[in-house]
Design a protein around this ligand. Structure first.
Ligand code: ZN
Ligand code: ZN
Length: 335
């Protein structure tokens, strides 16, 4: 019986439990999971007052090998190595689904939230949004691309920047450290903002020319550098949003990515008079997911990972919630 990292009840403890599953049904596949990254959304889901499933297997950035397919599955076959994301399935019929924005489907199901997730050695998952992964990437290098990389890229594209423009990356965790590499690849000038000196040092080591503490962000980005063309808030800290807003130049874009239940405020008149565009960005497009895998297999942008046993998952999620993980922590399963 496969062991899994489970949220045992709403806001309850996370524990390792044996969780049986059946054979794959229509539109589903059985996957032997090789690796699953730990994402800040796992922390958020663990804090929700209500859960659609309990106990719930967490995890939504997984890599595995297809072992069996259910009825009607044609685009993957046993033996294929696939990436599995938060987006399990959409309705396929609504306007969002029909225009390549399945991630905004109101009937979507999500791994590790409304369906069981991937922090388990074996899982039955929806086949609809699986992506084949390049052989050149190890499972632990590929797993973080399925959420952190994908979401970082999706927001970078939503910011709609041109070569040479300045992007401010707020939060240098799993998403931010990939976003910096994408920004450099696109020829953007990138400034990193975080509250952790350790993460700022990590940003400089990854080639950030500007990496500043949040307290100094407005002075550095707006006053010294003339303001950011876009500020992308990857951190789940609502306190970062007004700081990011204050760093924008006129007609700049504020892109919100990190999920939090908290609220924030900024000046409406300042937003109006500066012509600020405010954009939410969730996951990415299918093309964005393919792009992050391609850039990683070419060695252009790869996650910095630490690998861990399943038994460490509860502690990893707690440490992530405290901002103590540098790069991405990935749970790996030996075959
Ligand atoms: Zn995630
Ligand atoms: Zn839909």
């Amino acid at each position: 019986m496969p062991a899994a990292a489970c949220l045992t009840s709403p806001q309850g403890p996370i524990a390792i439990r044996d969780m049986p599953h059946g054979a794959p049904g229509p539109g589903e596949v059985l996957v032997r999971i090789e690796a699953c990254g730990v994402c800040h959304s796992d922390v958020m889901i663990a804090g929700l007052a209500k859960l659609p499933l309990a106990p719930l297997i967490l995890g939504h950035e997984g890599i595995g090998v297809v072992e069996a397919v259910g009825e009607g599955v044609v685009h993957v076959a046993p033996g294929d190595r696939v990436g599995i994301t938060y987006l399990a399935s959409g309705c396929g019929a609504c306007q969002a689904c029909r225009t390549g924005r399945e991630r905004y489907c109101t009937k979507q199901l999500n791994h590790g939230y409304t369906r069981h997730g991937l922090m388990t050695s074996s899982a039955v998952v929806a086949a609809q949004n699986l992506i084949r992964t390049p052989a050149a990437l190890s499972a632990e290098q590929a797993a973080p691309l399925c959420c952190a990389g994908w979401t970082a890229m999706g927001a970078m594209r939503e910011a709609n920047l041109e070569r040479g423009q300045l992007v401010a990356i707020f939060g240098f965790g799993g998403l931010g450290h990939l976003a910096l590499q994408y920004a450099r690849h696109f020829g953007l000038e990138a400034a990193v903002v975080d509250v952790s000196e350790e993460k700022l040092a990590f940003a400089r080591a990854l080639g950030a020319s500007v990496a500043v503490h949040s307290d100094l962000a407005r002075n550095t980005l707006l006053k010294q550098m003339g303001g950011a063309d876009a500020a992308i808030v990857y951190t789940a800290s609502a306190a970062a949003v007004p700081v990011a807003f204050s760093c924008l130049k006129r007609c700049g874009s504020l892109v919100l990515v990190g999920l939090t239940q908290d609220s924030c405020s900024f000046s409406v008149s300042e937003a109006v008079l500066k012509g600020v565009r405010i954009q939410g960005s969730y996951l990415g497009s299918r093309a964005d997911l393919e792009a992050v895998f391609q850039l990683a297999s070419q060695g252009v942008a790869r996650p910095t990972v630490t690998t861990h046993a399943l038994e460490e998952a509860p502690e990893l999620i707690a440490r992530l919630g405290r901002g103590e993980i540098t790069g991405r922590a990935v749970v790996t399963f030996s075959s």
